[in-house]
Design a protein around this ligand. Structure first.
Ligand SMILES: [Zn+2]
Length: 294
């Protein structure tokens, strides 16, 4: 395990305990979250060593390419994923930038494939080897591993997207610098994140599936994300809800609570979360659209 000495957002080093939770998804190991006393950023601390993190992804369920469509949850997931892809495309395609997309953490490439079919020039980054080769072989996509990020041409992308990915990246500030370098000056960065400030995060507490320790190293709210953006001379130009996530995250959370029949309470809580989130735009998961400061 590695103890983080300095807050990844503000660099100060005084933290208070936030909560203890488990890796309910895979290992059942207990992990602690701390909150920075200066900027309120919440992160997993201590966390596994960088070179041990991959072990926490060793589940056939984790990556989208092996989702079992015959299980009820798997079937729901796939339907939601396809609807999500269409919604994401609508959003990104509405920007007035060009059509060159870099998707970091593209998984098996379903989203990239959709964009490619709509006439976008696409490239993917994916650390998982089997997901990467699936994307290359089944969707004929240009997908490389993370080490390839540094070799890409500076300012060469109109849109860089990270859908539920930034919270997994060990070197958070290094990644933000890479984004800054690769984005063209007029471009947009699109980051989707679970929202620790959402009603379902509050309701489920340590059982909230959006915590997903130790795979999620950081637990952002809109305000802590804003601080990170400011540090890297970026600014938020829009934020949008991912309403399906409230249901999916509630379903997983109900399972972590060992509910025998999780579907009904998950549906009710998803509905309730989306309803309450309307007041202050604090949905279960959010898409943030970001640009560089001019
Ligand atoms: Zn801090």
């Amino acid at each position: 395990m590695k103890k983080i000495e300095d807050c990844p957002v503000c660099g100060k080093n005084e933290f208070s305990p936030f909560l203890e939770t488990r890796d309910y998804f895979l290992t059942q190991e207990v992990f602690s979250l701390v909150q920075c006393k200066h900027c309120s950023f919440v992160f997993t601390n201590p966390r596994p060593l960088d070179n041990k993190l991959h072990a926490y992804y060793n589940s056939p369920d984790y990556l989208s390419h092996t989702v079992d469509s015959f299980s009820f949850t798997g079937a729901i997931y796939k339907r939601l994923r396809n609807a999500n892809i269409r919604n994401k495309f609508k959003l990104v395609n509405s920007f007035k930038q060009g059509k060159k997309l870099l998707d970091i953490g593209c998984g098996t490439g379903e989203l990239l494939s959709y964009f490619k079919n709509k006439g976008w020039e696409v490239k993917g980054i994916e650390p998982n080897k089997s997901a990467r080769s699936f994307a290359q072989k089944s969707h004929h996509l240009d997908v490389i591993d993370e080490t390839g990020l540094d070799k890409l041409e500076p300012e060469s992308f109109d849109v860089i997207s990270m859908w539920h990915v930034l919270e997994h990246v060990p070197d958070l500030n290094g990644r933000m610098m890479q984004l800054n370098k690769l984005l063209n000056k007029e471009g947009r960065i699109v980051i989707a994140l679970p929202n620790l400030g959402s009603p379902d995060a509050r309701k489920y507490g340590a059982f909230w599936a959006g915590l997903d320790v130790p795979r999620h190293l950081y637990h952002f709210t809109q305000s802590t994300l804003q601080l990170l953006l400011k540090k890297h001379e970026m600014e938020l130009v829009g934020s949008f809800p991912l309403k399906f996530d409230a249901y999916y995250v509630s379903l997983l959370s109900e399972k972590y609570l060992k509910r025998k029949v999780p579907y009904f309470p998950a549906f009710v809580n998803g509905l309730r979360s989306n309803f309450n989130a309307k007041k202050n735009n604090n949905y279960s998961s959010m898409i943030f659209v970001i640009k560089q400061k001019t």
